[in-house]
Design a protein around this ligand. Structure first.
Ligand code: NAD
Ligand code: 6OD
Length: 486
């Protein structure tokens, strides 16, 4: 039985309380690991180690040395690629191609990109006149913000955790990570990488545990933490914002979404079907950028619904290691119950179930796993719960529309504003609609195509702030101005 410990001050450590919790496989509900459950004592120890490293070896390192160390971290992740893939597959049960081609490579990329950004970022200078004619020169210096609390979710655990740790460390901060209780493995494994390449103890710390009244909340309330970066549900963001208000600590939030996919009749039909299929069902629909509301222009509506239904009915359920499997389980039994409750709610609200709506029949031990069918509904008003609320499962509602104005209003009629995917071959329309939707990220004729230099984040209740490229520096550093009288 695997035991997953905290990683504090460069060492794997158990909880002082000796409390542990179980991590079970989403595939078949079998016990995978016992995980140490962190409390106040572990958060205190991790924050103290992070502060000592900040004021010591790490804080004294030149930018050049820090940057080259983060490149070494990326290279070591690549060298240990199979270990990270295996750990992430075990925790999430997702198909091998998703983990190995989309999610784990981003772990290495997240360290490289921000190391390069920090190395190349220019500083701002302003010359000014003074009454005595001598003049003055202003320049700004960027300082690390300090000890950063990183709280991350379970849906793409390694990608999302390193998306925060990479820029935080590149900017010279130290971190205390609280990974999701559902996916403790890759955050723990990253500790081995840090030690292997000589990152000083205390720079990267992990405390395992839960959110409310546990390690997560203790971290957000800790007065030794200077800023908190969080990815997760909007409701959790509210709790964290309240906790961080105590010390006037800065927050960066990447929160929930109820994203619209907009398909015009002039789109490349097959490409649009495939794009919407990926955006709604990749990772079993557990992607914040996923499409749970699809709007299709009326002339192609029936054909589109039929094609997406066929695509859903062709998915191959299976373990990550099964040849050809391309569809995995949900993360947990609890999440399965939540998604199934929305499936029941859709029917109660009068939906036409085009496909799915329940659990598949799985063979052998897989019958105990968190499997649900990919599901499509039509016929609901925008006020229906499954059209308004984030479900975070493999499902979407499809509705016809008749004009550009109508579809923009429909897309914007939601409290979230994370992303949109638009499918059209009309360039003018693509630009018009992209400029009119209230979201942080719009893809045209694509989805989840990521250039890590671009600003990433949500509008409305989907987040606060932007990360990515130089935008991450706004959160992970503090700008200080120096004015020199000449
Ligand atoms: P969650 O909010 O339940 O949990 C996320 C993390 O917060 C976990 O580590 C959890 O233990 C911790 N946590 C929970 N309550 C806490 C509290 N009171 N104080 C401190 N920490 C607490 O989210 P989840 O279920 O793990 O992830 C799914 C959600 O994340 C979805 O809403 C999804 O849209 C969102 N998400 C957003 C983005 C984005 O970039 N906008 C990316 C991925 C996921
Ligand atoms: O690509 C990223 O940087 C990112 N944060 C993706 C988020 C995916 C949400 O599930």
């Amino acid at each position: 039985m695997q035991q997953i410990r905290h990683f504090i001050n460069g060492s794997y450590t158990p909880s002082a309380s000796a409390k542990t919790f179980e991590k079970r496989s989403p595939l078949n509900n079998q016990l995978l690991a016992q995980v140490d459950e962190g409390g106040q004592a572990e958060v205190d120890a991790a924050v103290a180690a992070a502060r000592t490293a900040l004021d010591g070896d790490w804080g004294r390192l030149s930018t050049e040395k820090r940057v080259s160390m983060l490149h070494a971290v990326a290279d070591e992740i690549t060298r240990r690629f199979d270990d990270f893939v295996a750990a992430e597959e075990a925790d999430t049960g997702q198909p091998h191609h998703v983990i190995a081609h989309a999610f784990v490579p981003r772990g290495a990329a997240n360290f490289k990109i921000f190391a390069d950004v920090v190395k190349n970022v220019p500083t701002e200078t302003f010359q000014m006149d003074t009454p005595d004619g001598r003049g003055a020169l202003n320049y700004s210096v960027r300082k690390p913000k300090g000890v950063i609390g990183v709280i991350s979710p379970w849906n793409a655990p390694f990608l999302l955790m390193t998306w925060k740790v990479g820029p935080a460390l590149a900017c010279g901060n130290t971190v205390v990570v609280k990974p999701s209780e559902e996916t403790p493995a890759t955050a723990a494994l990253l500790g081995e990488v840090m030690n292997a390449v000589g990152v000083p103890p205390g720079v990267y710390n992990v405390v395992q545990g839960f959110g409310p009244d546990s390690a997560g909340e203790f971290l957000t309330r800790h007065d030794g933490v200077d800023a908190i970066t969080f990815t997760g549900e909007t409701r959790t963001g509210t709790a964290i914002m309240k906790a961080s208000a105590e010390g006037i600590r800065d927050v960066s939030f990447e929160l929930g979404g109820k994203n619209a996919g907009i398909v015009f009749a002039d789109s490349g039909f097959d490409e649009a079907v495939e794009g919407i299929f990926r955006s709604a069902f990749m990772n079993t629909g557990q992607v914040c950028l996923g499409t749970e509301r699809v709007y299709v222009e009326r002339p192609i509506f029936d054909r589109f619904v039929a094609a997406l239904k066929a695509r859903c009915e062709a998915v191959k359920y299976g373990r990550p290691s099964d040849a050809g499997s391309n569809y995995g389980p949900l993360i947990s039994q609890e999440h399965k119950q939540k998604v199934l409750s929305y499936y029941a709610k859709a029917v109660a609200e009068g939906a036409t179930v085009v496909t799915g709506g329940g659990m598949p029949k799985m063979p052998g031990d897989l019958a105990e796993g968190a499997w649900v069918q990919p599901t499509i509904w039509t016929g609901l008003p925008e006020t229906a719960a499954v059209v308004r609320e984030e479900i975070f499962g493999p499902c979407c509602h499809i509705r016809p529309f008749d004009s550009e104005e109508e579809v923009v209003a429909l897309a914007n009629g939601n409290r979230y504003g994370l992303s949109t995917t638009i499918w059209t071959t009309n360039l003018g329309r693509a630009h018009r609609v992209a400029a009119s939707v209230d979201v942080g990220i719009t893809w045209v004729n694509s989805w989840f195509l990521r250039d890590l230099r671009t600003p990433f984040g949500g509008s409305k209740q989907s987040g606060i702030g932007r990360e990515g490229g130089v935008h991450s520096l706004e959160f992970y550093t503090e700008l200080r101005n120096v004015c020199i009288k000449l």
